[in-house]
Design a protein around this ligand. Sequence first.
Ligand code: NAD
Length: 435
Amino acid sequence: MKIAIVGTGYVGLVTGTCFAETGNIVTCVDIDKSKVEKLSGGQITIYEPGLENIFLRNIKEGRLKFTTQLEEAVADAEIIFLALPTPPGADGSADLKYVLGVADHLGKVLKGYNVIVNKSTVPVGTADKVKAAIAKNYQGEFDVVSNPEFLREGVAVDDFMKPDRIVVGTRSERAKKIINDLYEPFVRQGNPIIFMDESSSELTKYAANSFLATKISFMNEIAQLCERFGADVDMVRCGIGSDDRIGKRFLFPGIGYGGSCFPKDVQALIKSSDEAGYDFEILKAVEKVNAIQKLHLVEKIKEYYSNQIQDKHFAIWGLAFKPNTDDIREAPALKIIDALTEAGATIKAYDPEAMPNVKFHLGDRIQYANNQYEALENADALIIATEWSEFKTPNFGLMEKLLKQKVVFDGRNIYKNDHLLEFNFIYRSIGRSSV
Ligand code: NAD
């Protein structure tokens, strides 16, 4: 099939590359000229494990192209995917200007029947708005389908190639058949393509992300209780996780959820609910708990130094909002950096992939290390903000030598207390006793 992908960011690039990998001819469009130039030249623009190989192979084999021209991309496409940003507007609702702007443009360039598939996370009712925006200028036949994306950055290629489920919102039998054929190679193991109406599909994405964010905030509150009761959150986590109804995943406390999805999607669902006359109380609490949790480690640091951190120098390991990505949108590490530098501390940070993005945003407000150990030199303490695998079994002997003081503040609970005790470290983590 011939496919156009509009928006070539984390979702668009993975989507386009994976569709090319199953034999489709894909053209990705983006308004960012430098991004398109790099991609056309075979230079990948995001860090996503496993993506580069298939990206290069599909360019070489002529199935994957990039352009800045919407008209060129959709000229002979049968299916047009929208993978555009839906950032929070000033009031927290999803800003649809990118999606509706492209829909408006599509109305001027469509020829013949097309299926326009929306992968962006959008509020209920957006499919109708997209339809109306296209129909303003285009009288031909077309269908607008909702197909929310569930890939996780860091494992996006696997998630796309072997999805747990594919959710498709459409009431058009014609569009349903086309989408079913397109996705068939991705569900050969029997995972479902779940067809439903557009509104249910749009809401499914918000419900999924909001539920996951709720799980995180719930565990962060349990961790707060553990600290007060002298209980161990790891034990509680294992104790509840073995109940199938609860499940073992997503029960890790930490320094709050971040990333480009959970914060904005929780906000947007709260806003949509308000507009519908419903007060979504749990979600409001989820947001509030998350805001507190993002600064919980900073509170621990300030408490340890009796609020005197103006002359302290910290090493930070991890800047990305989670491991295996270079994405720093809403990353808890950035909140920690802000709070500590505002209080007068200095910071040297290391992240395996996210440092270029942080340099772009923070410039020389902090220093950057070439490797994890260099960050430790002369630091008063190490702060762990992202649980990259390479931080999990470090050379504690070397850490001991490099740090000025043997103090670790771990926002991701990656070490066991006993281990740190062996090396006489002072160790503060989340929801567990201090050593
Ligand atoms: P992104 O910011 O990485 O990518 C969006 C791309 O769209 C950018 O490259 C931007 O230049 C481009 N763009 C903006 N306006 C354009 C236009 N008029 N024409 C062509 N391109 C244009 O965003 P993302 O993370 O890929 O997210 C896209 C959507 O998918 C959002 O709604 C998001 O909520 C949703 N989503 C994201 C993820 C994720 O993990 N990142 C997962 C599931 C769903």
